[in-house]
Ligand binder design. Structure first.
Ligand code: PMP
Length: 397
């Protein structure tokens, strides 16, 4: 027997919390753990743009034959337009190649395995803190992980000087994981000037940026959120982008994302991309079609694209409103501790500064679930559950 010797894996810090939440019988429980967008009614409905695209597909699709290894070409072209803007030099020079992949996670995993197997880059620098699954993904692909400082708990803000100091000790060829926007878990992003400094640092030290871009459109807007990525793409000869449409199209369970390689010339990127395809072939052979067809149908249709942009704006603005309401409601509940930093942060998440003990108390005594690190998914807050959340927090502080 071989299975008897296998050790029990620890529960995933985020998805394990969802399991505990589901098993909780209390009414009025609130899940602010996992990053899923909820509307004002506390639901995660399918976007209208997606429903309409699906209706079109149902009427027009003629075959379920295999896709190519890199997926739907119209989708891959649309991904590049969203990432870089259609007129970007990288696109014009054909220095970028994109492969559809299963979600942001699948895209990161393909990128990591391609890098570990085919390049001299064996070390990846990730921010401290970062999304809990990053280490798991990169270690599974045999990359060594190093951390750069990013967050200062005392100020609830980023520590940019420390980030630069740490990355200054990276070796030529090292990879640097950068969150394109809406940093997970802190909600704190780099400014334009800071992106320029990081781009120059990567260029000077020959570091290779790997962008994790899972929240385009959840910060300031679709183009605005790509600003950092575009600055870096303007500066360095090579980079990789793993993007996801789980959140901004609400396509969580369709598992749709992409891995994009940017090379210093069309010739070098074609060669490198052949190894990305080989990595995909050895993992899942070729990707599933439905999510990519939805996204390419929407982005290829002026009216559907405008509808999607308005739906994305609504999600973005609702989260921003919840941030302000959260800060105000805490004050109303008599909390004197300053939480105003939450309203200055971006995207679905913020680092609340709540301790492990307070997080446990929130769950055990109040049925309010947040991640052990103190990360709160603001996207799960509604006008209705806000008083419950804030009363609970006030009582554990
Ligand atoms: N990167 C970050 C920073 C994320 O927050 C997430 C989703 N929580 C992902 C990647 C993975 O996205 P997907 O669900 O598309 O795999």
């Amino acid at each position: 027997m071989i299975f008897t010797q296998v050790e029990l894996a620890p529960a995933d810090p985020i998805l394990g919390l969802t399991d505990a939440f589901k098993a909780d019988k209390r009414t009025g429980k609130v899940n602010l753990g996992v990053g899923i967008y909820k509307n004002e009614a506390g639901l995660t409905p399918i976007l209208s743009s997606v429903k309409q695209a699906e209706a079109k597909l149902l009427a027009s699709e003629e075959s379920k034959s295999y896709l190519g290894i890199e997926g739907v070409q119209a989708y891959n072209d649309a991904v590049q337009s969203l990432l870089f803007g259609a007129a970007h030099q990288v696109v014009k020079d054909k220095r970028a190649l994109t492969a559809q992949a299963p979600g942001g996670t699948g895209s990161l995993r393909v990128a990591a395995e391609f890098l570990a197997r085919n390049t001299k880059s064996k070390t990846i620098w990730v921010s401290n803190p970062t999304w809990a699954n990053h280490k798991n993904i990169f270690q599974s692909a045999s990359l060594e992980i190093k951390e750069y400082r990013y967050y200062k708990a005392e100020t609830h803000d980023k520590d940019f000087d420390a980030m630069v100091e740490d990355l200054s000790s990276a070796q030529a060829g090292d990879l640097v994981l950068l969150h394109g926007c809406c940093h997970n878990p802190t909600g704190i992003d780099l400014t334009q000037d800071q992106w320029e400094i990081i781009a120059q640092l990567c260029l000077k030290q020959e570091l290779v940026p790997l962008f994790d871009f899972a929240y385009q459109g959840f910060g300031d807007g679709v183009d605005e959120d790509a600003n950092g990525l575009r600055i870096v793409a303007d500066t360095v000869p090579e980079l990789i982008i793993a993007n996801s449409f789980s959140k901004n199209f609400g396509l969580y369970n369709e598992r749709i994302g992409a891995v994009t390689l940017v090379g210093d010339s069309q010739g070098s990127v074609i060669k490198a991309f052949s190894q990305v395809k080989s990595t995909i072939r050895g993992n899942y052979s070729n990707p599933p079609a439905h999510g990519a067809l939805i996204v390419s149908t929407i982005l290829g249709d002026t009216e559907l694209k405008a509808l999607w942009e308005s739906e994305l704006k609504e999600m973005r603005e609702r989260i921003a409103k919840m941030r302000t309401l959260f800060v105000e409601t805490l004050k109303q509940e008599g909390v004197t501790q300053d939480f105003s930093f939450i309203s200055r942060q971006n995207g679905m998440f913020s680092f609340s500064g709540l301790t492990k003990e307070q997080v446990a108390q929130l769950k055990d005594e109040h049925g309010v679930y947040i991640v052990g690190s103190g990360r709160i998914s603001v996207a799960g807050m509604t006008k209705e559950n806000m008083p419950v959340i804030c009363k609970a927090i006030a009582s554990v502080l």
